[in-house]
Design a protein around this ligand. Structure first.
Ligand code: C2E
Ligand code: CA
Ligand code: CA
Ligand code: CA
Length: 278
């Protein structure tokens, strides 16, 4: 019945509704994807800035669409948010990432932390704490292994609620990273109030670190601010060795970026980690 509906859309809707139709199609396909195992997690290594040893991974969701091939989250996360599928999708991502971490722990991989992205809607979901608690229990992840990446907007929406949710997560041993730091509201006093553990400098600042004086100043300031608040500072989008060297000199703590590795399917990630240890 689902496939039929999809074909009907394709056939009957007028072209001026192309975009709406496209959304509808993605929405239907996405419901289907959740039921038919079409989602897959890729893992990007997180590396210690000085030693360049891998310390963890960020889970990034991909969609293996039967007709369209590999689809990136930029093309379906917002649809999932709008049609109310994000909580289901997010719970799957969380479970899958934690299960994988547990498998690695049992199979002699180095002990890695696992970072999972949370959408604003997931953060507001009344079931979030229950889902996280259950997932950590069933996968027996030790404290400090799971980290959730959230954006600043989450904190600004309902600060009181956000503080209490974050405190509960902290009790569960879950780390909190502020993603895309510097691109949102960046209200500095919030950083002090919220029990967060790290900030991730957005890759737009890292990009021009060696050519743009303003970006350099922002990165220096964020590292200084993070450290004075006892937060770990992560730089994302590191592609060039000059960027790495700059960040190493400034005492940045962790690095992610294509310089080390793109996000990889699980087998490739395992191989990458193994090769790096030798
Ligand atoms: P993000 O959390 O900021 O993730 C980093 C994005 O930057 C990833 O894109 C990654 O592939 C890319 N990236 C990493 N290193 C480099 C680099 O050196 N250069 C460049 N140019 N890009 C780099 P991706 O995987 O397409 O994800 C895009 C966004 O989708 C993520 O941004 C995140 O906001 C969202 N997302 C991904 N997976 C999930 C998920 O499971 N749940 C939710 N709610 N959102 C997700
Ligand atoms: Ca992220
Ligand atoms: Ca980011
Ligand atoms: Ca982002």
């Amino acid at each position: 019945a689902k496939a039929e509906g999809r074909n009907n859309y394709r056939f009957f809707l007028p072209s001026m509704h192309e975009r709406v139709k496209e959304r509808k199609t993605i929405e239907e396909d996405l419901r289907n994807a959740l039921e038919h195992d079409q989602l897959e997690l890729f893992y990007q290594p997180k590396v210690d800035c000085l030693s360049e040893k891998v310390v963890g991974a960020e889970a990034l969701v991909r969609w293996n669409h039967p007709e369209r091939g590999l689809i990136l989250p930029g093309d379906f996360i917002s649809v999932a948010e709008e049609c109310g599928l994000i909580n289901k999708l997010g719970a799957w991502v969380l479970r899958e990432a934690c299960k994988q971490t547990q498998i690695w722990r049992e199979n002699g991989m180095p002990e890695l932390r696992m970072a999972v992205n949370l959408s604003p809607a997931q953060f507001q979901d009344a079931d979030l704490l229950r889902t996280v608690t259950r997932t950590i229990e069933t996968t027996k992840l030790p404290h400090g292994t799971l980290e959730l990446e959230i954006t600043e907007s989450i904190l600004m929406n309902n600060p009181e609620k956000a503080v209490s949710t974050l405190k509960e997560l902290k009790k569960l041993g879950v780390g909190i990273a502020i993603d895309d730091f510097g691109t949102g509201y960046s209200s500095l006093n919030y950083l002090k109030r919220f029990p967060v553990t790290s900030i991730k400098i957005d890759r737009s600042f890292v990009n021009d670190i060696n050519v743009d004086q303003d970006d350099k100043a922002i990165v220096d300031a964020v590292i200084g601010l993070g450290h004075s608040l006892h937060l770990a500072v992560v730089a994302e989008g590191v592609e060039q060795v000059e960027q790495l060297q700059y960040l190493q000199n400034k005492g940045c703590d962790f690095i992610q970026g294509f310089l080390f590795s793109r996000p990889l399917p699980v087998r490739d990630f395992e191989e990458w980690v193994r090769d790096r240890r030798e």
